[in-house]
Each structure stands twice: as structure tokens, then as C-alpha cells.
Design a protein around this ligand. Structure first.
Ligand code: GDP
Ligand code: MG
Length: 598
């Protein structure tokens, strides 16, 4: 029967080890897309993914493989992101699979995110098919990597496929191993419907499109379904699979991975991790949902045009449907007006959300510098959670501020251990241990405040190790720190959106850097603008933006017409990203000035 011929699997890997390229080769080998339609990184359908060369959203496709045993197998391949911020996408796709292809770069070996992702798969009892990719590289050491997989992951790698996604080596062997090593799904076709929602996206015409893995029973057009956690009912309009374009089907059955639409317009009803069942013959118990994700980083999102507040809310709601880890709630700033406080899993996640809001929803945004959440103990013993620096209570009312610490694991070649340790110390890190992975690679482990990781840690790590270091971190606990709130005053009035929190020892230095930076990004106006940084009533740094004397537009008129048009355009775009704060025009850059140290 059909079910025996289904194989559901994910590909897991460290970023850049070749998942997406390998997925492209698989699509070609199975003739899923014609040569004409083939383009690199086909599964990375978001523009943003193509441009950055990273996978952000998981993608599920169905393909047909004619195996050497003469049978045709139905593969459901789910590509997953590799970056630490997106591991929630990985765990969601794994829940829809029986197996995982583990891709390891033959030159880089096992890296931080390889481990994190493969452990998620092992915890879910998935069958692992190891693949050593990029064997075409002169620096490839497949045998060393094979041993590493066995030693560090603890799985049998004696039959690991040696592959090159680039030149197309080992692809068929990998497909054969998928057929023989990954079990077919089980699940009673005649039981009441039970399907896991592992993703969803909003479509203007069809409403919410659910990605589902059917665990038991079948579902077809016209069926009455119930979403168990939200307790709402709908009639199924269409079911199908992505191949990779949507392909209508008559039904989906236990073991299938596909999509379902039911004219669902109310976005709030559909939560990833919910169970779909039949309304007329419901199953007794919903499936176990997903682990809740907790945002680590918060920032304010404000429309440059205050009238766009409702559009921004709508955009955030739609995006949330497609990004279960995004959280937001309304917030008001004296300087920026009405907006939202949004929570993200990390800096890359924040970047991606902001960019998607701008591109996919045409929003012009002012975003404030990211902040972690502080647990503040007040003198009266009460606790307050603060995720916005401007909301930090007065120092006189605070007994203690606790901030989140992470255990940061930096994997680095031997030669760079010195610079890495120096950086970690400077970031208030507390040394934990150092493990030699082999003769040339070391894991350096530190406990570091999360706020310091946000504050350009990654850029500095890259520049001090020529890009050789990789970083992985997990939140461990809140610890007390001697922190102070620093306010910024423009033209003598406090700009709440520019307040930030720093360790007392670094407060002065950071305040000085920031007033100078603000001076450089805020355009001159026809009056002098003092910029000050203060702790409470005490000014700790100050500078002035001088009034302009000359007509700056005069310069433009002299240039060649092409350049002039460009300049005007640039000014126009710059304008949009400007916010009047009291009497001062403040550009977007100013709100992020707090983040950089150079
Ligand atoms: P992902 O981040 O795991 O999805 O990795 P990609 O598939 O985007 O690949 C990362 C980079 O490695 C790209 O520049 C690919 O062209 C390159 N790459 C992927 N597979 C191979 C391979 O087998 N050999 C070589 N030499 N390069 C590869
Ligand atoms: Mg990719």
C-alpha cells in the first residue's frame, strides 16, 4: 500500500554546510522540477533568503523517487534553517518526520549548530542518515569527519554517504539510504483524523494555508474539521502537496505531509502546534504541541507615519502566523508615538522580521535598539520585569537588577583562542572551561550577559578570528549585575526611545561614544542642539550639534544630473526614515546608535 512507500525526512546541518544545495540536487534527481525551472536554492522561496543565502523558513515538498528496487517512493522533504535563532523552525519540522539527513561539511567538520540540530532529531527518535558533503574540496577530510561524527554525536557513521552537492556526487546513494534506513510512517488510516499543524501562512485569496502532517486518518475536500486548541470548526476547501508548487489532491492520509485550506480568515484561530481533527468524528486527545519559545531580545517598532499604526498591527499579525516565535504588544513612546514592543529569539530573527515587514508589507519603520529583559527587585520586595530601558524604575526604588546570562560556546581554531578569551573578558564574561576537540580546534566556554552578546559581540568575534569562530549560546539564568539606566537628552528633553542600560563601570565610556555618534547621524538644523547623557539628574557626557550656516542643497545643483537625481532620491528616502522628536529631526540610525561601540 501507499503508506509503506512514504518517507518523511528533514535535512539538518550547521549553516553553510550545504543543505539547500543538496536539496536542489535531490529535486533535480527526482525530476521534481524541470531543468528550465531549476534555479539555485529553489526551496529558499523568500527573496530575503536568496539574497542572504540563508534558509529562514522551513519548506516542505513532495517528490517521487524511482528506487533501484523498481518501486516508486514518495518523499516529503522538509528543508530547515541552520542558524541558532531559527532552531524552533527545526524542531517543528522534525516533529513531522521519521528521519533526518545529517549534512556535515567535509572540510569544516562537526560544528556547534550541527550538534544542536542533530540532538533535536535524536531526542525525537528520528533515524539519522549521515552525509559528508563537499568532498570535492581540496581541504576535505572525509575520514576525519566520519570519526568526528561517531565521537561527537555518537552515531554509526561507517556507512555515511560521501557526497558533493556541488558536482552531484553521492546523491543517488543518499536517496537509497533514505529508502532503506528511514522507516515508513505508521498511523491508522481508519482512525479519526489527527494532524499536526507545523506551519501556516496567510494568503489573501485562500485565507490561512496550513502545513500539516497527517498522523492518523484521512482528510479531504468538504470535510468538517476542528482545530482542537482554538476549538473552531471549518469546512475543508482544498488539500494538496507542494511539489514545490501547490498541487491539489483528493485527500491526504496518515503519513502524508501537505497543505490544507478552509477559508480561515481569522488569523488568531490558527496556532502552529495545534491538532486538526474531524468535527463529526473527533479524536479523543490532541497531539503534543510544540515547546513554547521565549523571546530573548525586545525592540520597539514604530511606523514612521503615525497614521500607519493599524497597518503595522495587521502586518505583525500576518507575520506572526508565519513566524510562531514572534511576539508583540502595543507600546507608546513620548518620542515615537504609538507602536509595538516586539520580542525576538535573537538578533538575526529581529533583523529578518524587520526586513520582512518592510518588504512584504511595505512598512516604513523606526526600530529602537534591542534590549534584553531585566528582572528588577524593588526596595519594597516586589519584582518587576523590564524589557524596555525607558521603563526602568528610579534608582532609589531599586534593590537589585538581575540580567539574563548565557552559556556561550565559541568553537575556534587553536590560533585564535587568545583573541576570543580577550573579547569574552571584555564583555564581562566569566570563564567556564576550554575543551580541545582535536589537535586544532577548541571549544571555549564562557558565561556572558546576554546584553553583551547583543551588543556587537558577533561582529567582533568574526573580526578577531578572521571569521573562523562559530558561536552557539543558551540562556542559563538571571544573575545580579550593577546596572544603571542612561537617558539621552536632545535639546534638553529626554528621548525615551534612546534610553539604555549599561554596567556602571562602562556607563561613562558608552555614554561618551553614543553622544558623539548621535552628533554624527543627526543632521544639523538651523539652531544648535545640545546632546546630553544622564544617569538620573547627573549629566555624564555632552556635546553639541552646531547650527548649519550654508544652504546644503546648493551643492546638489552643481553635480551631473544622474548623480543629482540619485542624491535627491537618497535624501527623500532618508526623510521617510526620519522622526521629529520635539523640535529635532532624528533619523533611524540614531535609534540604533546605542548598539555599536567602534
Ligand atoms: P546551507 O546554509 O546549509 O543551506 O548551505 P548552502 O546549500 O546554502 O551552501 C553553502 C555554500 O556551500 C554555497 O556557497 C554552496 O555553493 C556551497 N556548497 C554546497 N555544497 C557544496 C559542495 O558539495 N562542494 C562545494 N565545493 N561547495 C558546496
Ligand atoms: Mg540554506
Amino acid at each position: 500500500e501507499r503508506q509503506k512507500h512514504i518517507r518523511n525526512f528533514s535535512i539538518v546541518a550547521h549553516i553553510d554546510h550545504g543543505k539547500s544545495t543538496l536539496a536542489d540536487r535531490i529535486l533535480e534527481m527526482t525530476d521534481t522540477v524541470s531543468k528550465r525551472e531549476m534555479q539555485d536554492q529553489l526551496l529558499d522561496s523568500m527573496d530575503l533568503e536568496r539574497e542572504r543565502g540563508i534558509t529562514i523558513k522551513l519548506n516542505a515538498v513532495e517528490l517521487h523517487y524511482h528506487a533501484k528496487d523498481g518501486e516508486t517512493y514518495i518523499f516529503h522533504l522538509i528543508d530547515t534553517p541552520g542558524h541558532v535563532d531559527f532552531s524552533y523552525e527545526v524542531s517543528r519540522s522534525l516533529a513531522a518526520c521519521e528521519g533526518a539527513v545529517l549534512v556535515v561539511d567535509a572540510a569544516q567538520g562537526v560544528e556547534a549548530q550541527t550538534l544542536a540540530n542533530v540532538y533535536l532529531a535524536i531526542d525525537d527518535n528520528l533515524e539519522i542518515v549521515p552525509v559528508i558533503n563537499k568532498i570535492d574540496l581540496p581541504s576535505a577530510q572525509p575520514e576525519v569527519v566520519r570519526q568526528e561524527i561517531e565521537d561527537m554525536i555518537g552515531i554509526d557513521a561507517s556507512e555515511a554517504v560521501l557526497a558533493s552537492a556541488k558536482v552531484g556526487l553521492g546523491i543517488e546513494e543518499m536517496l537509497e539510504q533514505i529508502v532503506y534506513n528511514i522507516p515508513a510512517p505508521t498511523g491508522d488510516l481508519n482512525a479519526p483524523l489527527k494532524a499536526l499543524i507545523f506551519d501556516s501562512v496567510y494568503d489573501d485569496y485562500r485565507g490561512v494555508v496550513l502545513s500539516i502532517r497527517v498522523v492518523e486518518g484521512t482528510v479531504k475536500t468538504g470535510d468538517r474539521i476542528r482545530l482542537m486548541n482554538s476549538n473552531t470548526e471549518y469546512e475543508v476547501v482544498e488539500v494538496g502537496v507542494n511539489s514545490p508548487k501547490p498541487l491539489k489532491r483528493d485527500f491526504l492520509m496518515a503519513g502524508d505531509v501537505g497543505y490544507l485550506t478552509a477559508s480561515i480568515k481569522d488569523i488568531q484561530d490558527t496556532r502552529v502546534g495545534d491538532t486538526v481533527t474531524s468535527a463529526t468524528n473527533p479524536t479523543a486527545k490532541p497531539l503534543e504541541g510544540y515547546r513554547e519559545m521565549h523571546p530573548m531580545v525586545y525592540s520597539g517598532l514604530y511606523p514612521t507615519d503615525n497614521a500607519k499604526y493599524n497597518d503595522l498591527r495587521e502586518a505583525l499579525e500576518k507575520l506572526q502566523l508565519n513566524d510562531a516565535a514572534l511576539e508583540f504588544e502595543p507600546e507608546t513612546s513620548q518620542a515615537l508615538g504609538f507602536g509595538f514592543r516586539a520580542g525576538f529569539l535573537g538578533m538575526l530573527h529581529m533583523d529578518v522580521v524587520q526586513e520582512r515587514l518592510e518588504r512584504e508589507f511595505n512598512m516604513d519603520l523606526i526600530t529602537t535598539a534591542p534590549s534584553v529583559t531585566y528582572d528588577v527587585e524593588l526596595t519594597d520586595g516586589a519584582h518587576r520585569v523590564v524589557d524596555n530601558p525607558s521603563e526602568m524604575p528610579e534608582a532609589s526604588g531599586i534593590k537589585e537588577i538581575n540580567e539574563p546570562f548565557v552559556k556561550a560556546t565559541v568553537m575556534v581554531p587553536n590560533d585564535y583562542v587568545g583573541p576570543v578569551m580577550e573579547l569574552c573578558q571584555r564583555k564581562r564574561g566569566i570563564f567556564v572551561t576550554m575543551d580541545y576537540l582535536d589537535d586544532y580546534r577548541v571549544n571555549v566556554i564562557y558565561d556572558i550577559p546576554l546584553s553583551e552578546i547583543i551588543f556587537d559581540f558577533f561582529d567582533r568575534l568574526k573580526s578577531s578570528t578572521k571569521g573562523y569562530a562559530s558561536l552557539d549560546y543558551e540562556i542559563i539564568e538571571n544573575r545580579p549585575s550593577d546596572l544603571v539606566k542612561i537617558d539621552i537628552l536632545l535639546n534638553s528633553s529626554k528621548v525615551d526611545a534612546l534610553s539604555f542600560i549599561a554596567h556602571r563601570d562602562f556607563a561613562q565610556e558608552r555614554a561618551r561614544t553614543i553622544v558623539v555618534r548621535l552628533k554624527n547621524v543627526i543632521p544639523r538644523q538651523n539652531f544648535e542642539i545640545p546632546i546630553q547623557a544622564a544617569i538620573g539628574a547627573k549629566i555624564i557626557a555632552r556635546t553639541n550639534i552646531k547650527a548649519y550656516r550654508k544652504d546644503v542643497t546648493a551643492k546638489i545643483h552643481t553635480g551631473d544630473p544622474d548623480r543629482r537625481a540619485k542624491l535627491l532620491d537618497k535624501q527623500k528616502r532618508g526623510k521617510k526614515r526620519m522622526k521629529s522628536v520635539g523640535t529635532v529631526d532624528v533619523p533611524q540610525d540614531a535609534f540604533m546608535a546605542v548598539l555599536k561601540t567602534d
